[in-house]
Design a protein around this ligand. Structure first.
Ligand SMILES: Nc1nc2c(c(=O)[nH]1)N[C@H]1C(S)=C(S)[C@@H](COP(=O)(O)OP(=O)(O)OC[C@H]3O[C@@H](n4cnc5c(=O)[nH]c(N)nc54)[C@H](O)[C@@H]3O)O[C@H]1N2
Ligand SMILES: Nc1nc2c(c(=O)[nH]1)N[C@H]1C(S)=C(S)[C@@H](COP(=O)(O)OP(=O)(O)OC[C@H]3O[C@@H](n4cnc5c(=O)[nH]c(N)nc54)[C@H](O)[C@@H]3O)O[C@H]1N2
Ligand code: SF4
Ligand SMILES: [Mo]
Length: 740
């Protein structure tokens, strides 16, 4: 692709003005038009200008005038078109034959087989015996169609998304505290804060363009990073608190007590806009600075200094991601952050907020419209009025709507283990790589009577296990909308042809509906644009009301639109940056936010004599995306990270084991053992090691423990041991650019 021509990356590339030199482009590829669309990787939601020749993409540059990214993009964005051309794209449906080999078949045979098998399973074992797993990475229109088709058309009771691995904790935390799943902020808050507290978040890698927004802040803000590791973000912070893993909840309770004791709280705000504060104040009473220092491993002065920083700040914003969410006590930890913002009235004003940054490009669409844990449009399956409203909008029989939410991802897998679920449709997620305790997950997938995997690539770990593979078009090859972390709805567009027989997920769902015999139910879901109109009607009267968006073109004209955008409030007049709760009214019926809390619990699998180290996992580089099915297909991105799995280990632990950088080591947990290359670095603390999630091996070690409220997997703390492998050093550099 042409835009690779100037292959400089990282910060230089973020800023490359104008991208590739158009003067050098062969005439037949010279663009004759451009169009803007949002990026298909992370939830930042940058806009990219795609350069077209005869309607097809020939290159891209970051959009200059979009409120989110203002002319910059990270390496994944720059390379977004390249990965569409990979040789392992799924180009035809595949069906596993009697000999166990996946063979190319036509769509008719593939869909006929899918329907026949799923119907046979349901006939023998009940409608609940077929389920689906989906994603935060397809347009809202597609996920809504899948959710409606599966549950209302095909009678499935259960379907969940990979957002369970990612955002379930924030969803529950917000719902309980605010009355709706509503991240309150707008990205401009990064620029307007004078204190920015980042908890379990590494935006330098995971949301690089949001970090750019932090760097634009003119107020010389205090930037406090709370993370066990000295991450790239921590290195640039004004203060780093290397908290002991999973002790954040105790830390925030201690900060709350310290602030309450000194009366550094906003009693008028608490009185007017919240409930249950007194009980909370009593509950945090035992969390003295000494006790919290003991629990967190932080010095008492550091804890007091953070409390003072919060107190002195005029505009304090709290931001969290997976270091909080992926925990056996994630919900209560997130709420401990929300409680701090509420008691100091740091919410609803510029530069403030209790702000969860979401992960995938359309996790926010999934949270509201996937019809999994919420009924379409952020409604409640258990509420008869909500069911009646949705039935009316969709013109379907209310009896077709289940009366309770789906089982969660882990419960669907348990259902398979127990033989209650026997057919599974996996759409746009790579369970066999990304799910916790991978050997067990694969064993479970292997027990299914029928596994259907719908993916862009035929080679993913999950697709390779499938009885049927349905080839899907990807970002850039189809239409629809994504919702980013600040609730901004943006468009994606078809600028490239999907290879072979691959179809947009939307088209696949429509075909499945026809083959299933429920096509009539989805006549009005004629196209993504028509479906957007249905989503608007579903959203009416909800906090996420988008009835004021008058068609897709408005999204282009306005630089995306943040919800809420009710009818009668033209988006152009509502402003490009909007935050929630400016009036102090929350979504609970009494308008008040809740203080929610619970005693912290010990680590489910603490280090032991046999497994004395604590394993942390997470993002490894800005150039790798999750299970790497996409990013590994770009030669440019491949240069920016090690090809093989590596483990970060502190010099103290390395020395004790005779391990040096580039040695091959074994990392072992109670679940299994992997080989990795050692990278000895003080960025992890003694007693801890870190493995990036992008390599297939990592989840062979993790322990299937879940938050009881959100059912989110606790990916970031299990006990392991590390040993030098007999084979000695491997060759090749390990982690470019990281200091030891
Ligand atoms: N390049 C790139 N960007 C991405 C993604 C990607 O795969 N690649 N994925 C996207 C997605 S879906 C998501 S969800 C986001 C994730 O974005 P982040 O959450 O920022 O990324 P992680 O590296 O998973 O976790 C963040 C940090 O949590 C820390 N941590 C672990 N345990 C604890 C703890 O107990 N307390 C605290 N305070 N911190 C802890 C880890 O050390 C890690 O540095 O990134 C998005 N952006
Ligand atoms: N140990 C550990 N494990 C983790 C994490 C961690 O921090 N540590 N993080 C967790 C988190 S936060 C997340 S979000 C998950 C992510 O886990 P996954 O969702 O499994 O990861 P992806 O690689 O993004 O998988 C998306 C799949 O969809 C395919 N795809 C892409 N676009 C399309 C499309 O338009 N249509 C279709 N049909 N397919 C498409 C891709 O090829 C890929 O196979 O991983 C989780 N796993
Ligand atoms: S920061 Fe996220 S949205 Fe922006 S270009 Fe990179 S991957 Fe795409
Ligand atoms: Mo995620």
């Amino acid at each position: 692709m042409l835009y690779q021509r100037d292959g400089h990356l990282t910060r230089d590339l973020l800023r490359t003005p104008g991208g590739f030199g158009l003067g050098q482009v062969p005439a037949r590829l010279k663009p004759d038009a451009t169009t803007n669309m949002v990026c298909g990787y992370c939830s930042t939601g940058c806009s990219l200008t795609v350069h077209l020749r005869d309607g097809e993409a020939v290159g891209l540059t970051p959009a200059a005038d979009y409120p989110v990214n203002r002319g910059v993009a990270c390496p994944k964005g720059w390379e977004a078109l390249t990965v569409l051309e990979a040789g392992d794209r799924a180009t035809t449906p595949l069906r596993r034959d009697a000999g166990g080999v996946q063979r190319a078949v036509g769509w008719d045979e593939a869909l006929g087989t899918m329907v026949e098998r799923f119907r046979a399973i349901q006939a023998a074992h009940g409608a609940e015996s077929v389920a689906f797993l989906s994603t935060g990475q397809i347009p809202t229109e597609e996920m809504a169609l899948l959710g409606a088709l599966a549950k209302f058309g095909m009678g499935m009771a259960h379907g969940d998304g990979n957002t369970r691995q990612c955002m379930a904790t924030s969803v529950v935390a917000y719902k309980q505290a605010f009355g709706f799943d509503a991240p309150p902020y707008t990205y401009r808050d990064f620029e307007e804060s004078d204190v920015i507290v980042l908890v379990g978040a590494n935006p330098c890698l995971a949301h690089p363009i949001l970090w750019e927004r932090v760097l634009r802040n003119p107020n010389r803000p205090a930037i406090v990073v709370i993370d066990p590791r000295v991450t790239e973000t921590a290195m640039q912070a004004t203060e780093h608190l290397p908290v002991r893993p999973k002790s954040d909840q105790a830390l925030f309770y201690g900060l709350a007590r310290f602030l309450i004791e000194r009366d550094w709280i906003d009693r008028a705000y608490i009185e007017a806009h919240t409930r249950d504060f007194d009980a909370y104040a009593a509950a945090v009473e035992p969390y003295s600075v000494e006790q919290v220092s003991e629990a967190t491993g932080l010095r008492p002065e550091a804890i007091e200094r953070l409390a003072r920083t919060i107190h002195r700040g005029k505009r304090v914003s709290f931001w969290w991601t997976m270091g909080v969410n992926q925990s056996y006590q994630g919900v209560r930890t997130a709420q401990a952050i929300i409680n701090l913002a509420l008691m100091t009235a740091n919410i609803g004003r510029p530069g403030t907020g209790a702000n969860s940054i979401t992960g995938q490009c359309n996790a926010m669409g999934s949270r509201l419209f996937s019809n999994t844990t919420n009924l379409l449009g952020g409604h409640d399956f258990a509420n008869p009025d909500h069911r009646a409203k949705v039935a009316t909008v969709l013109d379907i029989d209310p009896a077709a709507i289940p009366t309770s939410a789906s089982r969660a991802y882990n419960e669907i897998l348990e259902g398979i283990l127990q033989g209650r679920i026997r057919g599974l449709w996996v759409v746009c997620t790579n369970t066999a790589h990304s799910w916790i305790n991978q050997d067990q997950a694969r064993d479970i997938l292997g027990r299914l009577d029928c596994l259907v995997v719908q993916d862009m690539y035929a080679t993913t770990e999950t697709a390779r296990m499938a009885d049927l593979v349905l080839p899907a078009a990807g970002w850039g090859e189809k239409e629809g909308t994504f919702i980013n972390s600040e609730r901004r709805i943006g468009r994606i567009k078809k600028v490239a042809r999907a290879p072979g027989q691959a179809l947009a997920d939307f088209a696949i769902f429509k075909l499945v509906a026809e083959y299933w015999g429920c096509g009539e139910m989805f006549r009005a879901w004629d196209s993504p644009a028509a479906t957007f109109e249905i989503l608007k009607r579903l959203s009416a009267g909800q906090p996420c009301d988008i009835t004021g968006i008058d068609g897709y073109d408005v999204l282009d004209e306005c630089g995306g639109v943040q919800w809420p955008c009710p009818a009668g409030q033209p988006p152009a007049e509502a402003g490009t940056e909007r935050r929630l709760f400016e009036d102090g009214r929350y979504y609970h019926p009494d308008g008040r936010a809740r203080f929610v809390y619970e005693d912290p619990r010990p680590l489910p699998e603490p280090p032991s004599e046999r497994f004395p180290l604590l394993l942390l996992t997470g993002r490894g580089s800005a150039a790798q995306w999750h299970t790497q099915t996409r990013t590994a297909k770009s030669a440019v991105l491949r240069k920016l990270h090690p090809a093989q799995v590596y483990v970060e280990v502190n010099p103290v632990d390395a020395r004790a084991r005779g391990v040096a950088t580039n040695d091959t080591v074994h990392v072992e947990s109670r679940r299994g053992r992997i080989s990795a290359t050692a990278f000895v670095t003080r960025s992890v603390q003694p007693g801890q090691v870190f493995l990036p999630m992008h390599y297939e091996e990592t989840n062979r070690l993790t322990d299937a423990v879940f938050d009881p409220h959100s059912k989110q997997p606790s990916y970031k703390a299990c006990a392991v041991e590390l040993r030098r492998a007999a084979s000695g050093p491997t060759d090749g550099a390990v982690v470019p650019g990281r200091v030891g």
